[in-house]
Design a protein around this ligand. Structure first.
Ligand SMILES: Nc1ncnc2c1ncn2[C@@H]1O[C@H](COP(=O)(O)OP(=O)(O)OP(=O)(O)O)[C@@H](O)[C@H]1O
Ligand SMILES: [Mg+2]
Length: 258
């Protein structure tokens, strides 16, 4: 994944229509799948999406209902939330699948801020029985993407909530309602949460910060998931000069480059 340009990194907001109706909200500009769909970074999210869909197709009948894909990392700050959010938005923009994005980082989830979700109840509230899944779902991109924020739980209760029966039931419900469910999961080396969630996912995407995360740390994170199905690694924050530019754009359409 190439580095998101500085201008886009400015934590600016971008107008987004929700619920498919008149209501509008603003989302973070770093959600480039939406805010800069012709950028090199957005193109790479499309490549990532199609590779994951190919892997899913290879698994075929082994996945019942919607596929659950967990995005995690070795340590904090590697770009998990931005990757999961942009991946889910890319899938929603394709308009050929019902897509959900769930923030499983109950200690310090970032999706509520990225999607400007305000005080809506989140996953922690569902897992403690305070609210229903339907109440926690925020609809984006004309209804093609459903987002559940993290809500809030203490570090001590986070792993046990994710290990509990309510989380399994929530995933079963989401599998019945959506084709693709992306989970934003805390880092594998820093928390027990990643292992707990990994066992319930069909595939795991590991995010590593280019030039920062030592190779051995990534390997250790994969080992810590003890055989859970790691589908691939996203190298995040690569210098854009080292990434091939996308095709030239003419009137908003991708051309063949001729
Ligand atoms: N490809 C990228 N280009 C530029 N900046 C990035 C990129 N990916 C992430 N960042 C920046 O790195 C920081 C961490 O990103 P993000 O919140 O997605 O990581 P995270 O792994 O979810 O972190 P945490 O473990 O704290 O939840 C943010 O400030 C984000 O803007
Ligand atoms: Mg995060």
């Amino acid at each position: 994944m190439s580095s998101i340009p500085k201008a886009v990194e400015s934590r600016g907001r971008f107008l987004e229509r929700i619920e498919g109706g008149a209501a509008e909200t603003t989302v973070d500009e770093r959600l480039v799948a939406l805010t800069a769909p012709m950028s090199a970074a957005a193109e790479q999210y499309r490549m990532l999406l199609h590779r994951l869909r190919h892997l899913r197709a290879l698994r075929g009948e082994a996945i019942q209902g919607g596929a659950v894909i967990a995005v995690t990392s070795a340590v904090r700050g590697e770009g998990v939330s931005l990757t999961a959010a942009n991946l889910a938005l890319t899938a929603a923009r394709a308009r050929d699948a019902r897509v959900a994005l769930v923030d499983c980082d109950l200690r310090r989830g970032g999706l509520a801020t990225l999607f400007n979700m305000g005080g809506r109840a989140g996953l922690a509230d569902v897992l403690t029985g305070k609210t229903e899944v339907g109440e926690a779902l925020g609809r984006y991109h004309e209804g093609h993407l459903a987002v559940i924020s993290a809500g809030r739980a203490s570090g001590a209760e986070s792993a046990s909530l994710l290990a509990g029966v309510r989380f399994s039931q929530t995933l079963s419900l989401l599998r019945s309602l959506f084709d693709e469910i992306y989970l934003d999961v805390p880092p594998a080396l820093a928390t027990a949460d990643a292992q707990v969630v990994a066992y319930k996912a069909d595939g795991i995407v590991m995010v590593a910060r280019a030039g920062t995360t030592p190779r051995e740390q990534v390997a250790q994170a994969v080992r810590s998931l003890q055989g859970a199905p790691v589908w691939g690694l996203v190298l995040n924050g690569v210098d854009p000069a080292r990434v091939p530019a996308p095709m030239p754009v003419v009137k908003g359409q991708l051309t063949s480059g001729k």
